[in-house]
Design a protein around this ligand. Sequence first.
Ligand code: HAM
Length: 418
Amino acid sequence: MIQRPRGTRDLLPPDSRLWQGVEDAAREVFSAFGAEEIRTPVFEATELFVRSVGDTTDIVHKEMYTFPDRKGRSLTLRPENTAGVARAWIENRLHDRSHPLRLYYIGPMFRYERMQAGRYRQFAQIGLEILGADTPLADAEVLLALAEFLARLGFDDLVIHLNNLGDPEDRERYTAVIRETLSPQRSSLCADCQRRLDENPLRVLDCKVPRCQELAAAVPAIDDVASAASRDHVNAVEEQLRRLGVAHVRAPRLVRGLDYYLRTVFEVVSPRLGANTVLCGGGRYDRLISDLGGPVVPGVGFAIGEDRLVEVLPEAFRSRALASPRLYLVPLGTAAAARSLELARDWVRAGVPVELEVSGRSLKAALRRADKDGLAFVAILGDDELQAGVVSLRDLARGEQERVAVAGVPAWWQGRQA
Ligand code: HAM
C-alpha cells in the first residue's frame, strides 16, 4: 500500500472543522485590523530563502525541500512565507500603493525536520505582516492583532516572549561578544554549535541542546550591547503592550532561527506544548526587502503554526467548531425519494443545512444512524406526509415529533438553533 510521506498528515472530518473554525477566526480578526489576504506560490527560487532566511540557519542548511525543475532551475518548497511576501512586494511594485499594507496568509509550508511531536514536514502557518511602517506602534498593532486572535479562540494562558535583537550593526558587536564568551568552551558545545560559532554565533543562543543552553547563559543579553534607538523602540512596544494588558515578558536570550530580524523579536509558547515547541514566532525585518534588491521598506509580522494551534485549542472553541447541526431528511419510498432533492434544495436555499438520506435506509435503520452520528434532527417524508405537503420533524434530543408544512421547515429549524 502506498503511504503518505513521513511528516505529512491527512486532515479528516471532523477535525477539518477545527481548522476551518480557526481560519475563519483569523480572517475575521485580521481583516478587522485592516489586513487583506495575499497568496504567493508554494515554491520559489531557492535563492530567495538563502538570501532572506540566511544560508547558515538550520532552515536553509538542513531543512529545505530543494529540487531542480526540468530546466535545471533550483526551486524550493517554501519553508516560511515572509520571504515570499517580500519577493511579491518587490515584483508587484506594491511600493506604489499607499502604505502601510497589512497582509495575511494561511497555507502550507515545508521543512525537512527530524520527526518529533508537533513537528511536521508539511505544516500550515497563519501569518500577518505589516509592510511600510517602522514605528513601535506598528509592532504593537501586530501583537495586538495576534493577542485578539488568540483571545477569540478562547486562549487565556499564553504569554508573548519579547526581545530586542538590536540593529544589524549591533549584531556584529554582539557576535564578537558571543565568540569571546563561548570560544573557551568550544569543545563542550554540540557539533552544530561549533559550526555556528564560526558561521553565525547568534544561532548558538537558539540551540535546544541543554548543555549549549547552559553555556549560552553566560553570554550577556543582546539588549546590553544594542543601540539606544533599538532599545527605545522595543521599550516603546512593551509600553503599548502594558497599556493594552497584553500578557508579555522579556526573554533576553530570544534570537529566533531566521536571519532577517532586527529590533523586536517575539515568540508565543503554550504551557501545554512545552518550551521547545513554539506556537508563534515573529519580529521586525526592516532590511529584508532592500536586501532582496527592492526599495527600503520596513516590515513586522508573525506566523502561527496552525497544526500546533489546533492541538491546544481551548475546549469551548473546540466543541463549538465540532458541532455541525444538520437536518437529516429521510424519504421513505420512491415517490418521496423523487421529491426529496427539491425539498433539500429549497431548505438549503433558506439556510437549513440538510443531509439527505441517499442510501435508501429504512426508517429504523435511518434512526439508528442518526443516533450513532449525532444527527439530532430528522425530517421524515413518507407517502402520508407527501400527500399532505408536510414532513414529520423529530427532535431526538427532546424526544418530540411534529408534522410541519414543508414551507415552515426553515422557521422550525431556526427556532431549534436559537
Ligand atoms: P518560524 O518561527 O520559523 O517563523 O515559524 C513560525 C511558526 O511555524 C512556529 O512558531 C511554529 O509554530 C510553526 N512551525 C515551524 N516549523 C514547524 C514544523 N516543522 N511543524 C509544525 N509547525 C512548525 C517564520 O516562519 C517567520 N516567517 C515568521 C514571521 C512572519 N516573522 C515575521 N513575519
